[in-house]
Design a protein around this ligand. Sequence first.
Ligand code: SME
Length: 161
Amino acid sequence: MAESLTLPQTTHRAEIYSALLPQIDSLIESESDLTANLANISAALKEAFNFFWVGFYLTKEGQLVLGPFQGPIACTRIPFHKGVCGASYTRKETIIVPDVEAFPGHIACSSASKSEIVLPIFHRNGTVAMVLDVDSDLLNDFSEVDAEWLNRMIRLIERKL
Ligand code: SME
């Protein structure tokens, strides 16, 4: 396993994702521990894009429970019907929120968070194992480019579930 990430000197997100994904793949391929892999993936996304908050909420005990993340401390438990995370879990869809204040039921773990993207991660049987939540302190910071590349990244996690 490489000890550091090699990232292109660009702000072009697709180029960064393209360089990052193979490195995430090799980072997790020989490690079977889910917590260790989710922790490294959070750190890799934070380092590559300096997102305000990036982390996982795992389906546990009938709710979404905070897992490995990078960024400020966050809400620990989210009911399935609450917030953007709950909406992504329930609809089984990627949700992009350009302005969190305009999303009914959004859970503000931090007032600095302005936009977010949440993606469901599936078990082989089609149930949602967890969601990936990425928050930005900029309005309208996520696009279909993030949705496409983060979904590709999530496939790497799902292979190991
Ligand atoms: N904003 C999320 C809650 C999680 S934190 O932002 C880290 C939501 O509405 O589900």
